[in-house]
Design a protein around this ligand. Structure first.
Ligand SMILES: Nc1nc2c(ncn2[C@@H]2O[C@H](COP(=O)(O)OP(=O)(O)OP(=O)(O)O)[C@@H](O)[C@H]2O)c(=O)[nH]1
Ligand SMILES: [Mg+2]
Length: 373
């Protein structure tokens, strides 16, 4: 299957190359070209060369493929660009891995040969390694070339991959979702050649779309980890400085550091809470499988416990403030020096309210969004 946006210089030749490769491999099938509103006659050229042409008006690499997948009829789908950059000599290797039981087989241009000039230096040595590295750090797929456009998969794996991204980030989504669904993923070398025609890849916007996708798709790394870290550091500063100044390594830490601690505590909790909302929503909508973090949390956390804990925190802060006020009154409203406990009380009350309302919101998400059994 070949997505195509204005590839008149190459599309017909690619269709013929794909057909020849299928004949040589002894497999029956068809070449499908998904035309994305080309204005250069690509669709006609593809049809003339023997392809079935599917039309998709919504622009984008992902949108094109999703339309093509919906129209596909074969059990195995092989993906490649319509620009002539992928060498179909790799086709038998893809099919072998599928026959061996892989659900998704990724091409790896780094394991194959990259023709001089086929990949801009910045993509090959900066963009691609950074994005693939991040993808593997966050989602542990073990795939070397996560943006390779030549891939093969079983059509039966489509429902598990739950693909929905319209742009170039579709390439990342497919790998991440396949890994999340526990599909068997293989990798084979593929040679990468200089493309015909003009590139449709826009380095910065498309690189950003991948990056954005990778970050937004993992609330754990985007919110939970940094939120929890800030919260713990803030709490440590706040509690350590409550009794009075502290000297660490010869430096005096005092009230200003405590203010910073209060700030970090509140910011940390906010970020943590947003992460929990995002994760709960994703799991409740079954966009993400239930993971260890959430399962452990559910064991210790319930709406009632959240309400009780939050109220308790609020009351503690309130009592401290009340105590400060009575001390002040009993001194005849004289000079007051209670900044430390006042700061502590402020954070306790704010946190308490946040815990109460976050708990309510979390359970409201679950209640209102849950799909009927
Ligand atoms: N970017 C983009 N590509 C599309 C679209 N619709 C179809 N395509 C096709 O998707 C394939 C991938 O785009 P390319 O421009 O080859 O991107 P790339 O392979 O990452 O980069 P180069 O081959 O180096 O240009 C090509 O066959 C395009 O013709 C679209 O709306 N946007
Ligand atoms: Mg290409």
């Amino acid at each position: 299957m070949l997505p195509c946006l204005n590839e008149i210089d190459s599309v017909a030749a690619v269709v013929r190359e794909a057909k020849a490769a299928m004949d040589e491999a002894g497999v029956a099938g068809e070449v499908v070209v998904v035309d994305n509103g080309s204005t250069d006659g690509s669709a006609d050229a593809a049809a003339h060369a023997g392809a079935r042409v599917v039309h998709e008006r919504r622009r984008g690499y992902g949108a094109a493929y999703m339309a093509g997948f919906a129209a596909a009829e074969c059990d195995v789908i092989v993906m490649a660009d319509a620009d002539g950059s992928y060498d179909f000599a790799a086709l038998p290797a893809f099919l072998d891995r599928i026959r061996d039981g892989d659900d998704l087989v990724m091409g790896s241009r780094f394991k194959g040969q990259i023709e001089a000039g086929a990949m801009p230096w910045t993509h090959q040595h900066i963009g691609s390694p950074i994005l693939s590295g991040l993808l593997n750090m966050l989602y542990r797929t073990g795939i070397e070339d996560a943006h390779c456009g030549m891939r093969a998969f079983r059509r039966s794996a489509l429902s598990e991959m739950r693909l929905r991204m319209p742009g170039m980030e579709f390439a990342s989504e497919m790998v991440v979702n396949a890994a999340r669904a526990g599909l068997r993923i293989g990798e084979v070398p593929v040679n990468y050649r200089v493309r015909g025609g003009r590139s449709k890849l826009r380095t910065v916007p498309d690189g950003w779309r991948h990056l954005r996708f990778l970050m937004l798709y993992s609330p754990t790394h985007l919110f939970l980890v940094p939120g929890l870290a800030l919260l713990l550091i803030g709490l440590l500063m706040l509690v350590a400085l409550l009794p009075g100044p502290v000297i660490v390594l010869g430096r005096l830490f005092d009230i200003h550091v405590m203010v910073l601690g209060a700030l970090l505590t509140l910011i940390g909790f906010q970020i943590l809470a947003i992460g929990l909302y995002a994760k709960t929503l994703a799991v409740t909508l079954r966009l993400q499988p239930m993971d260890r973090t959430l399962r452990a949390l559910r064991r210790v956390f319930s709406l009632e416990r959240g309400l009780v804990a939050g109220t308790l925190l609020f009351v503690i802060g309130f009592v401290v403030d009340f105590w400060i006020a009575t001390e002040w009154a009993s001194s005849g409203f004289g000079p007051l020096n209670a900044v430390r406990p006042a700061l502590f009380a402020l954070v306790a009350m704010l946190l308490g309210l946040q815990v109460v309302f976050s708990s309510l919101f979390l359970f409201a998400i679950e209640l209102q969004v849950r799909e009927p059994a």
